[in-house]
Ligand binder design. Structure first.
Ligand code: SF4
Length: 297
């Protein structure tokens, strides 16, 4: 494979990849270069390919970059190894992601009053995963997602599905509490969500339930009202997982109301229950006999 000869360019490229890694971004795609700019196929390749050895020389071993060509899609895909990909045990893999996150200061939420990072909780092999938008005051204090009043309602929803909280995995789009429980801003979501994507790629749930519009819009990259987002399954593959794991074809993603919204407007519980019943049908779950009605608050 041809090598970039310009050492400054090589260093700059490695630096840029390292920067994106720090943000939790590991996969990059380069548009095909228009033919007129390539004097020869060799020249074109020389600008597009960097040997694995070359980039590894420039970068730390843990974040070494590999550049491969996906012939089918005719794009150049830059893959950097994620530490968790080196282990098969999801518990260890999640631990590595948490270590990689560290005492994160990647977005401004780190300096806006958070007590601690709320990473996620539950079964690392869960078939079902709930994703909210961000920690509130109770979650910030306890370091666990969905532990306040909204968490109690989520627990009831989980129970009504015939499951226990320990059987599922719960996380948020952002891992630090936005001040005053405001909605997390776009840059905060974009900076933090790659870590959520990595958690999903490790857990490989059959179904993800996005709780609320912020979660749904961030996971699906669709800007639509809840009325349009709900009531169907989406095929979901976290960024980076497709290229690294051929054994998993992704999750089904459903959207329902955030429990905090249901506390404010209990009339919508019936609608949320319909969403959960759709998930239950897909997972082959039956509600416990006494819980066949919609979840209580
Ligand atoms: S919200 Fe996420 S990206 Fe921002 S500081 Fe917290 S852990 Fe880091």
């Amino acid at each position: 494979m041809p090598i970039i000869q310009n050492s400054e360019l090589r260093r700059a490229l490695a630096e840029r990849v390292r920067y994106y890694n720090e943000l939790g971004i590991y996969d990059f795609y380069q548009r095909e270069r228009p033919e007129p700019f390539a004097a020869s196929p060799g020249e074109a390749e020389q600008t597009l390919f960097v040997s694995q050895t070359e980039l590894r020389e420039e970068m730390s071993p843990r974040k070494a970059a590999v550049v491969v060509k996906n012939a089918g899609e005719d794009v150049v895909q830059v893959l950097t190894s994620r530490p968790e990909q080196a282990v098969s045990d999801p518990i260890a893999a999640l631990k590595l992601i948490r270590e990689d996150l560290g005492d994160c200061t990647r977005c401004k939420l780190h300096k806006q009053g958070r007590k601690q990072i709320v990473f996620g909780v539950g079964n690392p092999r869960a078939e079902l995963m709930f994703v909210g938008e961000g920690p509130g005051a109770d979650e910030d204090a306890q370091g666990e997602p969905f532990v306040g009043r909204a968490g109690q309602l989520l627990n009831n929803m989980i129970k009504a599905m015939g499951l226990r909280r320990e059987e599922i995995y719960i996380a948020n789009v952002v891992k630090c509490r936005p001040p005053g429980n405001r909605t997390p801003e776009r840059d905060e979501c974009e900076t933090c969500s790659p870590f959520l994507m990595r958690q999903i790629a490790v857990i490989k749930p059959k179904v993800i339930v996005a709780l609320g519009a912020v979660s749904a819009k961030n996971l699906l990259a669709i800007n639509a009202p809840m009325s349009e987002l709900r009531g169907r399954f989406y095929d979901f593959m976290p960024s980076g997982a497709r290229s690294s794991d051929s054994s998993w074809q992704g999750s089904k993603l459903a959207v329902t109301y955030h429990p905090a919204f249901l506390l404010r407007d209990p009339r919508q519980k019936g609608e949320a229950w319909k969403d959960l019943q759709m998930v239950m049908a897909y997972l082959g779950l039956k509600p416990p006999k006494k819980e066949e009605s919609e979840p209580s608050s």
